[in-house]
Design a protein around this ligand. Structure first.
Ligand code: AHG
Ligand code: MN
Ligand code: MN
Length: 354
């Protein structure tokens, strides 16, 4: 893949020698993506080129995050609010611009939708041959930016629906999560990690700052079948629907095991821990957010895709998150996701049969 090109997808797949099987040794995310591409004979390389836009943006965002206390990037730019009515931080705005910049030069990308933009936007004046839409939360966990706590980026790639015209960008993104062709997140934590799936397992890459490349560090990630943590904003518990309150009481009772609570307030970081350690992450409906707070298209869907690919489960409290058919770009959803044992227990407790 050629990240040095200023625009346009390679017309044929780049001639890079990739081993048939991914054995031990240093493997960059670019090599991994190319290897995944080999599963699709005749693939043009456009998809790999698209994903390289995300990895480039991730490096640029993490560079800013890493120097956040040293440059004028903390805080909010004079009272800006996004479409959700939430105060935008400078890093929200910067991360959004970087992702748009890195993706709009990929000709295979026709539509971008972001938490920070009111509407799905058509990019590069519309390229008739564009095949993909990308939706993202450029900076997840805004309340943690100024206090040096982990934040993240989430993304989801969707194929252009048959017959979707350039005049109707919304149609490109209003698809159920089952239609995602790739999804992932970047967590800017004690190291920067990119975790992604193209529907063939979940793979994690750690940025090696010395060489500036994401290196495969967590191949074939599997969520443990049971964990020792549950993660929820318990301060809001009195506003949760009563069955959720009773379920949290069940977790505290020891009936399922001995749990500790962990809650960072950055969904990406809370989910990353859940992916690695197992357990549960919940953002139920609350008194102020009756449909939950998290956004379906660019928060819950990528997380649900990864959870299922890693052997976990993701529900909106009643059904698979991935089966929800959205009617709004910024639609919200409750989210309950985690290890199979806890999730089966949750489903049984709630009387769900899926
Ligand atoms: P964002 O910063 O993109 O608006 O997302 C914040 C979200 C999510 O990251 C997190 O899980 C949740 O808000 C935390 O909300 P509470 O403070 O209500 O727990
Ligand atoms: Mn978010
Ligand atoms: Mn955000």
């Amino acid at each position: 893949m050629n990240q040095g090109k200023s625009s346009g997808a390679p017309s044929v797949a780049p001639r890079v020698i990739v081993p048939d099987s991914l054995g031990p040794g240093v493997l960059t995310i670019q090599q991994h993506i190319l290897h995944e591409q080999q599963r699709f004979p005749g693939a043009s390389g456009e998809f790999s080129w698209l994903l390289s836009g995300i990895t480039l943006a991730a490096k640029m965002i993490q560079a800013k995050v890493r120097r956040a206390g040293l440059t004028d990037i903390l805080g909010a730019p004079s009272g800006e609010v996004n479409v959700q009515g939430e105060v935008q931080q400078k890093l929200d705005v910067y991360s959004n611009e970087v992702l748009i910049h890195c993706l709009k030069v990929r000709e295979s990308v026709g539509v971008l939708a972001s938490e920070e933009n009111e509407e799905a936007v058509l990019v590069h004046q519309g390229c008739e041959n564009a095949k993909y839409a990308v939706v993202f939360d450029p900076l997840d966990g805004s309340s943690n930016i100024d206090v040096n706590v982990s934040v993240g980026t989430t993304f989801s790639v969707l194929r252009r629906p048959a017959g979707a015209s350039l005049d109707d960008p919304e149609r490109w993104v209003l698809q159920a999560g089952t239609e995602q062709v790739a999804a992932g997140y970047v967590v800017y934590g004690s190291s920067t990690m990119l975790v992604y799936s193209v529907g063939n397992g979940v793979h994690g890459f750690t940025l090696d700052p010395a060489v500036g490349a994401f290196i495969l560090s967590h191949p074939n990630m599997r969520m443990p079948p049971k964990g020792a943590y549950y993660s929820v904003n318990e301060a809001k518990a009195s506003g949760f629907p009563e069955p959720y309150q009773r379920y949290l009481q069940r977790l505290r009772s020891g009936a399922l095991g001995d749990y500790s609570s962990r809650y960072i307030g950055s969904m990406v970081a809370d989910f990353h821990r859940t992916l690695l350690r197992g357990g549960l992450f919940l953002y139920p409906p609350t008194a102020s957010h009756l449909s939950g707070k998290l956004r379906l298209l660019y928060e819950a869907n990528p997380i649900a895709f990864l959870a299922e690919q890693a052997g976990g489960i993701a529900l909106d409290g009643e059904r698979r998150v991935l089966e929800i058919c959205p009617d709004n770009v910024h639609q919200r959803t409750p989210l309950v996701t985690g290890s199979i044992e806890e999730m089966y227990d949750f489903m049984k407790f709630m009387g769900l049969r899926l």
